[in-house]
Design a protein around this ligand. Structure first.
Ligand code: AN0
Ligand code: CP
Length: 317
């Protein structure tokens, strides 16, 4: 594998899941593979899980790991091409990227949607500049439109907990006070569409995602209908995608909060969320504290997904 930015880079899902099982059971089997190889993790945005789990995955593979928070201690980076740099940004990403590439063998990048220009976000301008100018393999640690390491961990978790061959998996929008990117739901949809599960998306009117990610999923506006007989409820907030409301909050209706009354409609479904989660906005205390909540094993599987991806990249060096 050279770069990892979406489900399309992982190859056959069945074999990816077998690799995940092996890595989970044998976390230190490939210590030699990463020896004297340097992993650089670059964060343009905050992170708890991605930061820790990806470092851990690199360490499990014997790699040296460097973490850089661009906004804390590095020079502020200009990302627009062709501008006169007379503002507050002393360095251009066009120099910064190849410099960072010179110090490492593999680069992970976290760079969220900026909600300034839809085209810039959906063309993945920042991530693609890293691919183009670093000279090194690049993997996404959540970019503008996708969060593939999260979705891969979600898939691993569903496989571990599912009780039927083809579970009903429901992605539900839930309220949140800030405008959040579509990366997690887009990516989750893309990975679920690559499985043979029954996959349903439910959200209020106006929150339709990019068709490219929705693809063959069933979109059900009636949330109670969507919850019915679900095996997994996967909650996430996102801001509107459709024009003219791109990046806007259209609703904070707590009727969409995941709580026991709606969970009672399901087939004793497991509750999932990528975290960080706002309690009693996205999900009630009762549901997230229940036996059916699998958010912690889901987060733990982030080490596994990152380690599979890093291992494949190292094998391709
Ligand atoms: C981010 C998001 O919604 O994309 C990261 C989730 C992994 N969440 C927040 O900013 C709260
Ligand atoms: N789920 C996830 O990516 O969490 P962080 O934003 O804390 O990395």
């Amino acid at each position: 594998m050279r770069n990892f930015t979406s489900v399309h880079d992982i190859g056959d899902l069945k074999s990816a899941l077998e690799k995940a099982k092996y890595v989970k059971e044998n976390p230190f089997a490939d210590q030699e593979l990463g020896k004297n190889k340097t992993l650089l993790l670059i964060f343009f945005n905050s992170s708890l899980r991605t930061r820790l789990s990806t470092q851990k995955a690199g360490l499990n593979l014997g790699m040296n790991v460097i973490v850089l928070d661009i906004n804390q201690g590095a020079w502020k980076l200009e990302t627009e091409k062709g501008v006169i740099m007379d503002g507050d940004k002393p360095e251009h990403i066009l120099e910064a990227i190849p410099v960072m590439g010179a110090y490492c063998d593999v680069i992970g990048v976290r760079s969220f949607a900026q909600f300034e220009e839809k085209a810039a976000d959906y063309n993945e301008v920042i991530l693609n500049q890293f691919i183009q100018y670093s000279g090194k393999p690049i993997f996404s640690m959540e970019a503008a439109t996708r969060h593939p390491l999260q979705s891969f961990a979600d898939l691993i978790t569903i496989e571990e907990f599912k009780k039927t061959e083809k579970p009903k998996v429901v992605l539900t929008w839930a309220p949140h006070p800030r405008a959040l990117p579509q990366a997690v739901p887009n990516s989750f949809a893309e990975w679920m569409n690559a499985t043979d599960y029954q996959f349903v998306i439910t959200h209020p009117e106006g929150y339709e995602l990019d068709e490219k990610f929705v693809a063959n999923a069933i979109v059900e506006y009636d949330k109670e209908k969507a919850y019915k007989d679900a095996d997994f409820i996967y909650a996430k907030n996102w801001a509107a995608y459709q024009d003219p409301n791109y990046g806007k909050i259209l609703s904070t209706d707590r009727a969409w909060t995941v709580e026991s009354k709606k969970m009672a409609l399901t087939n004793n479904a497991y509750f999932m969320h990528c975290l960080p989660v706002r309690r009693n906005m996205i999900v009630s205390d009762e549901v997230i504290d229940s036996q059916q909540s699998i958010v912690i094993p889901e987060a733990a599987n982030r080490v596994v997904s990152a380690q599979v991806v890093l291992k494949e990249i190292l094998l391709g060096l």
